[in-house]
Ligand binder design. Structure first.
Ligand code: C2E
Ligand code: CA
Ligand code: CA
Length: 756
């Protein structure tokens, strides 16, 4: 996948996670914090407002009381001059105008600062009248404004007239006392009008009718309001017009009995609520800042965590989808991409193909040179594969030595084979790793993806079948899947079942091929080879059924059957070594040594006449246990031959480390002797190597006199091949042993001489 796509996935994961976190956490936290803040603000504001209301009500009450106190004061001052015995004498008994002017008028005006004084006699005739601010012409209005208190004291009222407020309170108009104080308008201005009936207690016991009355007026002016303001600590208490309601000021009013306003007063408030708010405000601000900071930190932390989780997730996804050694997409990712490729082809996109690559000898490198070299080799292969492919192609590592490629480059078999050829050439070129010169091979199975392709599993199965075919046909090959392979596979499955049945029911046979001495005249040994005649298909060659048995694990049972059979048959052939083939799967089983020992015991076969043939691949991967098994069996007398030498890894390491008694040169070398001169050199080298290590050397597949002559001259100890006898039933071999003369091989020297 291109990195941009990886990043996109990571971004998407991050985005969706953050979106989710925002909805599930940040939004609720934000809402809770916002609600909490609003609640705190509302609580502070409403308590401030409430405090203001309480304070306003209290100030209103205090002002009302202050006016009442002023009224009481004015009345008391009036009474202090008009309620004395000399006053009774000078006003009631014998009116003394001079005394009144001096002791009432002057006194009240100068000492107490009253604004006006008036005196009426018993018949309501004004005897004295002095008002600072009133011209004489206003005397009619003065009379009118004094009428409420006059009428009240005379008992002429049933209720207080409108526009007046009784300062003393609780005074009943029907039964008036001897004095009264009213707040009312006097000559157009709010004022306290006090009135006292003059007379002794006896004079007034029957009421005020006929008693002279002294009035005193004091305006509710700036001076009085300032004094009240000072007393009550109200700033700028002043009277206002009834209509004007100044903003930012508190207003209270004096009302008459019918709640009609008499006067309005205003003052500049110093509301405690505002002070509370002002004093709490810094703390709220700090708290708000703290909240904001907290929310910010939480959001930042969450963003950070979300990002970390997303990064972790994409890293995990990368790990889950890629090979840890070479960084290539792994099997899971490959399957995903293959599905996508199939969909694209089905949707009309360009046709595509899958290359299934299997490395030959990779395991050998891993096992002999170590895993670090194996890993390094995989990296090298990865680089080479990536280099020969186009950017849009996908290379994946499916397993240990399996790679796969999806390409859209070509679809015809010619182009596919050309690509495969390039891959094989690239992979098979020698590697130099840590000073080791390494050569590996590659087999390739190719499956084309066309519009009929069903799913990834099918395509992989096709490629796998093609790979199987490629491997079967030899190394470094590529095969393209065709429908016949499917039939092949089902055939193999059928054969597998039949083989299983044959092994279980003694349906196999053992054929025996003689092994002769160098001159070819004496049989010194025999190799047991498995044979299977299928009930309906006839003879099935080992090249066909041995791979099936190996693939299915049946080889273990088959091998045991063959070993038992060979031991039983071989008992009759005294002096002859009996060689039995052992498959890697069989040899690697933990109970292999016990099985061999048991069969030897059961069949009472002489262990020293048994030779087990194993190939190099048997030893790969488990060198310690392989060596141990060999040593344990050797201790019982069993001998070991290294089979097919020259075709496998052909490592000197194996020859030196493992206790082989014999080395079997593969028939492919023998066949090549006459054609390829280097094959002859190799055979020479192998023979001297084997001799040098103290091993016997056997040549396999010897068919001609020339081969025999050459091999004998090269120093080979023993021969095996059609020239000395084909594999045949045990009875044939017994017959041969019984009369060796009938089977004499002609002298190769003579034969060659005759032929030329
Ligand atoms: P191998 O172990 O290398 O056996 C020798 C093969 O060479 C045998 O083939 C034999 O018939 C064949 N051969 C012998 N002389 C000549 C000759 O002069 N010319 C030619 N062209 N071929 C010759 P076969 O019997 O077909 O067996 C093939 C392989 O199957 C064996 O190769 C062995 O690897 C495997 N095999 C056979 N029987 C058994 C068995 O019982 N167990 C195991 N594990 N493998 C077996
Ligand atoms: Ca063999
Ligand atoms: Ca062989």
């Amino acid at each position: 996948m291109p990195p941009s796509a990886q990043e996109r996935i990571a971004e998407e994961i991050k985005g969706s996670r953050w979106g989710h976190a925002r909805v599930s956490l940040v939004v609720p936290i934000g809402v809770i914090v916002a609600v909490a803040i609003i609640c705190v603000i509302v609580a502070v504001l409403s308590s401030a407002q409430r405090a203001d209301e309480v304070s306003f009500n209290r100030q209103q009450q205090l002002i009302q009381r202050a006016f009442a106190n002023q009224g009481a004061r004015v009345l008391q001052q009036l009474n202090s001059v008009a309620g004395t015995p000399p006053a009774v004498t000078a006003i009631r008994t014998d009116y003394d105008a001079q005394w009144v002017a001096q002791h009432v008028g002057n006194w009240l005006e100068t000492c107490f600062g009253h604004d006006g004084v008036a005196v009426v006699d018993g018949s309501d005739q004004f005897k004295f009248m002095r008002f600072r601010a009133a011209p004489d012409a206003a005397s009619a209005r003065v009379r009118a404004d004094l009428a409420p208190s006059l009428d009240l004291l005379r008992g002429r009222l049933t209720a207080l007239p409108g526009g007046t407020l009784d300062v003393l309170g609780g005074q009943s108009p029907q039964r008036p006392g001897r004095r009264t104080a009213l707040i009312q308008h006097f000559l157009g201005r709010p004022a306290i009008v006090a009135a006292v009936a003059v007379g002794t207690a006896a004079d007034l016991s029957a009421g005020n009718g006929g008693a002279p009355i002294v009035f005193s007026v004091q305006y509710i002016d700036g001076t009085m309001l300032r004094q009240i303001g000072n007393d009550l600590q109200l700033s700028d208490l002043h009277e206002i017009g009834t209509t004007a309601h100044p903003t930012g000021e508190y207003v209270t009013e004096l009302v008459d009995a019918r709640d009609d306003p008499i006067a309005h007063f205003a003052w500049t408030p110093s509301p405690p609520g505002r002070e509370v708010v002002m004093s709490v405000l810094p703390f709220i601000a700090v708290a708000l800042a703290g909240f904001a900071l907290l929310v910010g930190l939480v959001i930042r932390h969450m963003r950070h965590t979300t990002r970390a989780i997303a990064a972790g997730e994409s890293q995990l996804r990368h790990l889950a989808l890629h090979d840890p050694i070479c960084g290539l997409p792994n099997r899971i990712y490959f399957a995903e991409r293959l599905e996508t490729a199939i969909c694209e082809v089905r949707g009309g996109g360009p046709s595509a193909a899958v290359f299934y690559i299997d490395l030959d000898h990779f395991k050998d490198v891993n096992d002999t040179l170590g895993h670090h070299i194996g890993d390094e080799l995989i990296l090298n292969v990865t680089q080479r594969l990536s280099r020969i492919l186009r950017g849009s192609d996908l290379v994946a590592r499916l397993g240990g030595d399996e790679f796969a490629i999806i390409t859209t480059c070509a679809s015809d078999s010619y182009s596919l084979q050309a690509i495969a050829g390039r891959i094989i050439a690239a992979v098979c070129a020698p590697y130099l790793i840590n000073g080791h010169n390494i050569i590996i091979g590659a087999s390739i199975g190719i499956a084309a993806i066309d519009r009929r392709a069903r799913d990834a599993a099918d395509i992989l199965r096709y490629a796998d079948m093609a790979l199987y075919r490629a491997k079967n046909e030899g190394r470094n090959r590529a095969c393209i899947y065709d429908a016949a392979m499917d039939a092949d596979l089902s055939n193999r499955k059928l054969l597998e079942g039949d083989l299983h049945y044959a092994i279980q029911n003694d349906g196999l046979q053992a054929a025996y091929q003689p092994i002769v001495n160098a001159s070819g005249d004496t049989v010194i040994g025999v190799e047991a080879l498995a044979r299977w005649t299928h009930p309906s298909l006839g003879i099935i060659p080992p090249s066909q059924f041995i791979p099936i048995a190996e693939h299915s694990g049946l080889i273990v049972e088959l091998g045991e059957w063959m070993l038992r059979r060979a031991c039983l048959d071989g008992k009759n052939w005294s002096g002859v070594t009996v060689a039995v083939n052992v498959s890697p799967l069989q040899f690697r089983r933990s109970d292999f040594v016990e099985v061999v020992e048991r069969i030897l015991k059961e069949t009472e076969f002489d262990a020293s006449r048994l030779e087990l043939e194993i190939t190099e691949s048997t030893l790969l991967g488990n060198m310690e246990t392989a060596e141990l098994s060999m040593l344990r069996l050797k201790a019982t007398g069993v001998r070991f031959a290294l089979d097919d030498f020259g075709t496998g890894y052909s490592s000197l390491l194996y020859l030196r480390r493992f206790p082989f008694d014999k080395l079997k040169i593969d028939s492919s070398f023998v066949r090549a002797i006459e054609k390829a001169p280097d094959a002859a050199a190799i055979v020479h080298a192998v023979v001297s190597l084997g001799r040098g290590l103290g091993m016997k050397v056997t040549a396999e597949g010897v068919e001609t006199a020339e081969q025999h002559l050459f091999l004998r001259a090269a120093g080979v100890h023993s021969m095996q091949g059609y020239r000395f006898g084909r594999p045949g039933p045990a009875s044939d071999f017994s017959a041969r042993l019984a009369s060796p003369r009938d089977y004499r091989v002609s002298n190769p020297d003579q034969e060659i001489a005759l032929a030329s």
